[in-house]
Design a protein around this ligand. Structure first.
Ligand SMILES: *[C@@H]1O[C@H](CO)[C@@H](O)[C@H](O)[C@H]1NC(C)=O
Ligand SMILES: *[C@@H]1O[C@H](CO)[C@@H](O)[C@H](O)[C@H]1NC(C)=O
Ligand SMILES: *[C@@H]1O[C@H](CO)[C@@H](O)[C@H](O)[C@H]1NC(C)=O
Length: 527
């Protein structure tokens, strides 16, 4: 019995081994054929789903901490827990002429205007970064500061939208502000308000503010449901206002053309509707983007993501639905967005047949010599995000005109941009103030260039502008405009093209660094 049973046991193992081998072979075959089939990236491939955030990359974590700190430097209003020694309260009476409290919000750049259009874009990008990469930010204890800076901005937008069809889109007048060189704490000039309403429409700025509030409503959904509901209510009203009273603010308020001229509002309408769909899951917003796609989305044409043009961002955001929402997988309307997002990605991959020529010798994307890093950072953020969408849905390859690339090559591209910005470049310097051994020390920034204890008026502050000494205050975390296409950079205070930081560049940098801060690239937050 013992023997018999033993021999049957042996045979049993033999059978089991054969079955196991057959299964292994079959699986290997299936995986192989599936991978070949999914050369084009529309099918989920096989392979590991990336897990929660992995090891922290200190380089990116340090840079992210700095990048977020720049928002503290730009804050207007009565500061709370201020950690910047040379900053204090400012703009406390902003909005008072309309009986509104517009004291919060962010100064745009090296000046003290609160420009609503780029500020709203800054908030939307910050929300998006938090929604996709909250786990990564949390892993390096930076989630709370990111949410806090976002809220400082959305608090301002709540006040700036006192009734359905009224939105204040600017505090301060550049014609008054720019001829002065003074600290925000001691500003003396008038702070007039600019608003849009039913008679003076501003579709792009209303829609971008709707996008900011809709995306932020998702950020605060769990931690502060009441605030989240308030933001969503404003977002819906603003979208209706933007859509029903169509008109560009650049036309209704021509003064804005000199600073943040808008080249069209179709992109903001699609962007806002996309965010509202994510925030509400109300199909009318999804129908809006599919219905108006041909009109506004410029399908098939890759574009650069910027404060003026949200198409590339919209295409990536809507691709997200096809990657993760099975019930939408048949949507033809969404497929055109995803196809164009893919074209954007193929333009970025350096070895792609459709690679963009807007690239410096050592690989930095540069589209314009004015504030050149805006597109380097925005392109890298979208590439890293798209790569994460692919990996999370187990799609490992992307085909560009028949040539196959790995999803991880998109992340490699993003790292090249980030590493360049942090110092791996022919100039041997970082473009983030305070990061590395060499960084810009003469940035075009009023607050940074004037000693905190100086008493200046509007004009005598120019003695600090004219000074050949480095800035007395280090604006830690400020990402400056950046190098020219020929990879030169001049660190002088008068150099507004290259040496002025902006809040929207920093928001994009926060998104990019958050995606790179841990080795794992799984998206956990916005599902
Ligand atoms: C602003 O943009 C519009 C639309 O593209 C353009 O026609 C106009 O010339 C621009 N204004 C300035 C000052 O650049
Ligand atoms: C700064 O320099 C400009 C031009 O170089 C000059 O007109 C101005 O008077 C100077 N201002 C101060 C306060 O030094
Ligand atoms: C680099 O480009 C800038 C802006 O186009 C130009 O002003 C500068 O002269 C160029 N420098 C060199 C060394 O070619």
């Amino acid at each position: 019995m013992g023997e018999k049973s033993k021999s049957r046991g042996c045979f049993g193992w033999f059978i089991a081994l054969i079955v196991l081998a057959a299964v292994v072979l079959a699986v290997v075959y299936m995986v192989k054929s599936k991978m070949n089939k999914s050369d084009d990236d529309d099918q989920g491939g096989a392979g590991p789903v990336p897990g929660p955030p992995g090891a922290i990359d200190k380089k990116y974590a340090d840079a992210l901490k700095l990048a977020l700190q720049f928002f503290d430097i730009q804050k207007s209003g009565k500061l709370v827990n201020n950690k910047i020694p040379w900053r204090g309260d400012s703009g406390l009476k902003d909005g008072s002429e309309a009986n509104l409290d517009l004291s919060k919000g962010l100064y745009d750049a090296g000046d003290h205007i609160k420009f609503g259009f780029p500020m709203a874009f800054t908030a939307t990008v910050l929300s998006w970064s938090i929604l996709e990469y909250a786990d990564q930010m949390d892993a390096v204890n930076l989630l709370d500061p990111a949410k806090e800076s976002l809220r400082w901005t959305t608090d301002y937008f709540v006040e700036a939208h006192p009734s359905d069809n009224v939105l204040y889109v600017q505090v301060g007048d550049p014609e008054v502000d720019h001829p002065c060189w003074e600290r925000p704490e001691t500003m003396t000039g008038k702070r007039p308000l600019v608003k849009i309403d039913a008679e003076t429409p501003g579709t792009e700025v209303a829609a971008e503010t709707a996008a900011a509030m809709a995306s932020a409503s998702l950020v605060f959904k769990e931690s502060d449901p009441k605030y989240s509901a308030t933001l969503l209510r404003h977002a819906k009203q603003l979208f209706d206002f933007a859509d029903k009273k169509r008109g560009s603010y650049s036309v209704s308020i021509p003064e804005v053309q000199k600073f943040y001229n808008s080249t069209g509002y179709g992109d903001e309408l699609l962007w806002a509707a996309s965010w509202l769909y994510h925030a509400t899951e109300d199909n009318t917003y999804l129908e809006y983007v599919t219905k108006h796609g041909n009109e506004f989305a410029r399908f098939g044409n890759p574009t650069w993501f910027s404060w003026d043009d949200k198409l590339a961002g919209t295409q990536v955001l809507l691709s997200r639905l096809l990657f993760f929402k099975k019930d939408l997988s048949g949507s033809k309307g969404l497929a055109s967005y995803r196809g164009t997002a893919k074209a954007v990605m193929c333009g970025l991959l350096p070895k792609s047949p459709t690679a963009t020529a807007s690239r410096s010798k050592s690989g930095l994307v540069i589209v314009s010599d004015w504030n050149s890093l805006q597109q380097s950072v925005s392109a890298a953020f979208l590439a890293s995000l798209f790569s994460d969408y692919m990996l999370t849905s187990r799609i490992h390859k992307i085909s560009c005109n028949g040539k196959i690339f790995k999803a991880t090559e998109l992340r490699d591209f993003a790292k090249i941009q980030a590493d360049y910005i942090l110092g791996k470049n022919p100039m041997g310097m970082s473009f983030v103030v305070g990061y590395g051994d060499k960084y810009p020390e003469y940035i075009h920034h009023r607050g940074a260039s004037i000693p905190a204890d100086a008493t200046t008026g509007c004009l005598d502050g120019f003695k600090y502008f004219n000074s050949t000494k480095r800035n007395p205050n280090v604006a830690y975390g400020a990402l400056v405009g950046g190098p020219y296409l020929n990879e030169t950079f001049s660190d002088v205070r008068t150099n507004v093209r290259q040496n002025e930081p902006t809040t929207y560049n920093n928001a994009l940098l926060v998104g990019l660094l958050s995606s790179l801060v841990t080795t794992s690239s799984a998206l956990q937050s916005l599902k």
